[in-house]
Design a protein around this ligand. Structure first.
Ligand SMILES: Nc1nc2c(ncn2[C@@H]2O[C@H](COP(=O)(O)OP(=O)(O)OP(=O)(O)O)[C@@H](O)[C@H]2O)c(=O)[nH]1
Ligand SMILES: [Mg+2]
Length: 328
């Protein structure tokens, strides 16, 4: 099921938008209050199940239309899910391209456009519009601190006043590492042990355009400490950027997104994109959950190795088209 997240000031308004955007038979999966009103997660019922062979396994190889199959094979190799590819194929069936035979030259471009439209980017992560105070959260070792450093350095380069707070007093030398970086960047740095500490540090930096909060890496399978982090971040009104390693398998990606969902994921950054040849699994999970994608991190270098998410470029990579074939 392709899920859509719809936020509105009131619950009836959100439900009305769900009906308008997902149809009268939309399935409401979750409703919850947010800082800005109400969030409703809804989706359409799954399309009919793919065919199964005699052993009961899904026969993916034969199910694509002839024209779409070469693209589907490339995107499957990239890691994209069957659900996303079915959605793309279905959308293409309603267009002028010829899907019954391979080789329609318009097909790669259109497929890229459709996929790009499914990837919701979130450029506001690099602005103070709703993201003035931004906490980086996620599993251990995914690149939260490195991504924070990249975002903070880019903000400083743009002339913004930046402050850094860390809640990570758990990992050895984490504080010293970030303090040294803050000194290098010449921005205020605070260590917070509690919600009150974070609030105080935010108050102390009231003049900052952007405040970045680093957090301790938490395994999605030990959910015990996540509610505490959730309370702290909600209390101080921080937006959350979930860092997920691009090479994470689909099932594990879902585990991470489910575990962090209660924090209210405002956007996802796929890190270590350079380390995997199948980033489509994590990407598809983000798209299927209706989450917004802010950046791809493509290496260790600060601040160079970060790219604003661009659905067109990602789609071109997934279908292995010439970048010029993808929409700008
Ligand atoms: N190749 C590659 N390495 C990265 C990327 N982002 C971070 N790293 C490396 O991954 C390692 C862990 O990065 P950190 O930023 O410390 O990760 P973290 O999520 O803060 O880790 P914890 O705080 O321990 O949970 C470091 O060696 C980084 O240089 C990336 O996009 N690509
Ligand atoms: Mg860290």
């Amino acid at each position: 099921m392709l899920l859509k997240r719809i936020e509105a000031k009131t619950l009836p308004e959100a439900i009305e938008r769900v009906r308008a955007e997902c149809g009268a038979d939309a399935l409401v999966v979750e409703t919850r209050p947010t800082r800005n009103g109400y969030l409703v997660v809804a989706g359409k019922q799954e399309p009919e199940a793919p065919p199964r062979d005699q052993a009961g396994s899904t026969t993916f190889l034969s199910k694509w239309t002839k024209g779409f199959r070469p693209l589907a094979d490339k995107a499957t190799d990239f890691g994209l899910s069957q659900t996303i590819l079915r959605a793309v194929e279905k959308a293409l069936l309603g267009t002028r391209v010829e899907l019954s035979r391979p080789g329609d030259p318009a097909l790669p471009n259109l497929a890229c456009r459709v996929l790009a439209a499914l990837i919701h980017d979130e450029p506001r992560v690099e602005s103070s519009d709703g993201f003035q105070t931004l906490a980086l959260v996620g599993p251990t070792g995914v690149g939260k601190t490195t991504t924070l450093a990249k975002l903070a350095a880019r903000a400083k380069e743009r002339g913004e006043r930046v402050a850094i707070i860390t809640l990570d007093t758990y990992r050895m030398a984490a504080v010293e590492q970030l303090r040294a970086f803050a000194e290098l960047l010449d921005v205020p740095f605070s260590v917070a042990l509690s919600t009150n500490d974070v609030r105080r540090a935010i108050d102390d930096n009231i003049q900052a355009d952007r405040i970045f909060i680093d957090t301790t890496g938490k395994s999605p399978r030990s959910r015990g400490s996540l509610p505490m982090l959730e309370r702290t971040l909600r209390n101080v009104g921080a937006s959350t950027l979930l860092c997920l390693a691009a090479g994470t398998r689909a099932r594990d990606s879902r585990l991470v997104l489910d575990a962090y969902e209660p924090l209210g994921i405002d956007a996802v950054c796929l890190t270590k994109w350079d380390e995997t040849c199948a980033p489509g699994e994590s990407l598809a999970t983000v798209v299927e959950q209706g989450l917004r994608l802010s950046h791809l991190c493509v290496g260790q270098e600060v601040p160079a190795d970060i790219l604003a998410a661009d659905g067109g470029q990602i789609a071109a990579a997934a279908f292995d088209c010439e970048p010029s074939e993808a929409p700008a």
